[in-house]
Design a protein around this ligand. Structure first.
Ligand code: DC
Length: 224
């Protein structure tokens, strides 16, 4: 009998290292990594393209109806398409992060992406990262983690990541953006960023990537 294919939820604020960690966990288990933030970024990208105000619920609801967000996979991992156009690279800017955070407060946007996310995880064998995976998307996930780090440390990490991609960025505005997103994501009415009562809390501020991965894998092995 093979081992059961689990649904693993990793939530936490921006810049906590969720995607780095989730990718490594997925690779270690032979699971699929699903980045749900990229889906909100995709909707944010389209809203920006069309000049839709992210506070305009009706306009966003209408945009959702005629926008197709699809997910694909290649050797580099997940790719995101908006109406057939690959936007995977374009959505990785701080501006798109803020757009994503703004549109993610919309109940229409959330309802739309919830279906997509639940379908992708329906058969298990996924490591899904986001803000509400353990609380809303998969409240009965097999293993839940809440990955945190101080805003300063998250700012430094995000700065290093964007720098490594060759972007010309500065630390102070990035840390500022992280704080603004924390506030926005935690205080919205629908599916705010919150630690699920049964999620394991990991503060990675003083931990290496390897230590976080080992901590998570230990818990998962126990559950399997
Ligand atoms: O993880 P990220 O930085 O790519 O996410 C971008 C924004 O999308 C984030 O600031 C809030 C929103 N988001 C969300 O509301 N729910 C999720 N499950 C994932 C992301």
């Amino acid at each position: 009998m093979g081992t059961k294919k689990l649904v693993i939820a990793i939530d936490g604020p921006s810049g906590a290292g969720k995607s780095t960690i989730a990718k490594l966990i997925a690779r270690g288990l032979g699971y699929t990594y699903i980045d749900t933030g990229a889906m909100y970024r995709a909707i944010g990208w389209k809203a920006k393209l069309e000049g839709v105000d992210p506070r305009d619920e009706r306009a966003l609801a209408e945009l959702c109806i005629r926008t197709e967000v699809t997910i694909g996979y290649d050797a580099d991992g997940q790719r995101v398409y908006v109406d057939g156009r690959d936007v995977t690279g374009e959505i990785r800017t701080p501006e798109m992060g803020m757009m994503a955070s703004a549109v993610s407060a919309s109940p229409s946007v959330r309802a739309r992406l919830l279906t997509l996310q639940r379908n992708l995880g329906a058969n298990g064998g996924v490591v899904m990262d986001g803000r509400d995976i353990g609380t809303v998307v998969f409240p009965r996930a097999d293993a839940k983690f809440y990955l945190d780090a101080s805003p300063e440390e998250r700012g430094r990490r995000r700065y290093a990541e964007l720098k490594a991609k060759g972007m010309s960025v500065e630390l102070a505005p990035i840390t500022e953006e992280i704080r603004a997103r924390d506030l926005q994501d935690s205080n919205r009415e629908h599916a705010p960023l919150r630690r699920a009562a049964d999620a394991e809390y990991i503060d990675s501020s003083a931990m290496t990537i390897e230590e976080v991965v080992q901590t998570i894998l230990r818990t998962i092995t126990r559950k399997q």
